[in-house]
Design a protein around this ligand. Structure first.
Ligand code: FES
Length: 153
C-alpha cells in the first residue's frame, strides 16, 4: 500500500528517492505567534517553507489528540507556538498547552518514536526574528530525525 497516496498535501516525491524535506505543522496563537510570523514576513526575514501554520485562538485549544493525530496523518513534526508565560490572553492556555505537549512527547517516547517531533515555544507578537529562528531550528531538527513514515511502518 502506498501510504503517501493516502495523505494529500504531503510531498509525494519524498517517498520516491528524492531528498527528504520535512513537513512541519505549527499551531500558532492568533494573539502572539501568528502576529510574530506576520512581523517576520514584514521584516523580510526568511524561514523554511517546510512550516505550515495553523491559526488557533489560543494554544490552550490544542489538545494531545491534535498533536498525535497530526503526526499520524504523515506530518513529520509539530510545533506549538504560544504567548509568553504570564501573557496568555486566556490566562493559562499556554501553560495548559505546555503540559499537553509534554504528555504527547511522553506518549511518543512510549511508542518508541522520537519525542523531539513535538515541541513548544513561546513568542510575543514583537518576536518575529525569534520565531523565524524557532522555525529554522525545528526544521533542522526534524530533518536530522528523518521522515515519520519509515519509523511507523
Ligand atoms: Fe496566546 Fe493563549 S492567547 S497562548
Amino acid at each position: 500500500m502506498d501510504l503517501a497516496a493516502s495523505f494529500p498535501g504531503i510531498d509525494q516525491e519524498t517517498f520516491h528517492g528524492q531528498p527528504f524535506e520535512p513537513v512541519i505543522v505549527c499551531f500558532c496563537c492568533q494573539w502572539c505567534s501568528y502576529a510574530a510570523a506576520d512581523l517576520a514576513g514584514a521584516m523580510r526575514l526568511s524561514y523554511p517553507p517546510n512550516i505550515r501554520i495553523v491559526l488557533v485562538p489560543c494554544t490552550g485549544r490544542v489538545d494531545v489528540h491534535h498533536l498525535l493525530k497530526t503526526l499520524e496523518a504523515g506530518v513529520d513534526g509539530v510545533l506549538v507556538s504560544g504567548c509568553l508565560p504570564g501573557e496568555c490572553h486566556y490566562v493559562s492556555g499556554n501553560l495548559k498547552a505546555a503540559k499537553r505537549v509534554a504528555r504527547a512527547r511522553q506518549i511518543l517516547e512510549e511508542l518508541g518514536e522520537n519525542p523531539e517531533r513535538i515541541s513548544m515555544v513561546h513568542n510575543s507578537a514583537s518576536m518575529g526574528p525569534q520565531l523565524a529562528r524557532c522555525f529554522t531550528e525545528m526544521t533542522e531538527g526534524i530533518r536530522r530525525i528523518g521522515p515519520i513514515f519509515p519509523s511507523i511502518e
